[in-house]
Design a protein around this ligand. Sequence first.
Ligand code: ADP
Ligand code: MG
Ligand code: MG
Length: 208
Amino acid sequence: MSHTAIAAIEAISIAISKNKEFLTDLDAAIGDSDHGINMTRGFDAVLIKVKGLPTHTDIGTVLKTVGMTLISTVGGASGPLYGTAFLRAAALAQGISCIGSHTAVQMLEAATNGIKERGKATSGEKTMLDALEPACEAFANGIKAQKSLVECLALACDAAYKGVEYTKTIIATKGRASYLGERSLGHQDPGATSSYIMLKALADFCRH
Ligand code: ADP
Ligand code: MG
Ligand code: MG
């Protein structure tokens, strides 16, 4: 139901604002100190928009609203990237009021591919993709092993967390952090971290 989708978006939004300073501090080390600010501004605007949607709105429309709002309110690179991700996921949820694990993995994959195309990036470049690509793979493996949606989300979160840790070991080749070259080593990527935080919030929401 759309109220469940809106509640899930609210859970993500709360997790982002709780981590506002953490994400901004991570960005201070290898970027321009605004990732937490950007994401919080975006999700604050998202919450107002989605709460204004009529009851019984389909999940596709909820996610489309999220994507368009992120694109129009977040100044940084993350806005169009996450915005595209939500729009791609929205396209698979049109007219749908309930999401099963097969649709969920397709949505996660579509979102990740959207970021890849929009950012002209791939995994191993110290971006959000280093959390999202392993998450997709783990989710798909969970489905193959006949795990439930909640279990698949937990596997995806574990993989995303490992992906965040992995970003500490690599040099950035995309985004602002790439200007630092080797000096980006040892720092975790802010965008990979926000991807993990959003997935974790979604997994916790679905578990309860
Ligand atoms: P900005 O760098 O414009 O200030 P943010 O700080 O909000 O934007 O977001 C930075 C994050 O965006 C990075 O940590 C990285 O994960 C992600 N990012 C930057 N460029 C790309 C790209 N080309 N492809 C994928 N992700 C990217
Ligand atoms: Mg930044
Ligand atoms: Mg910026």
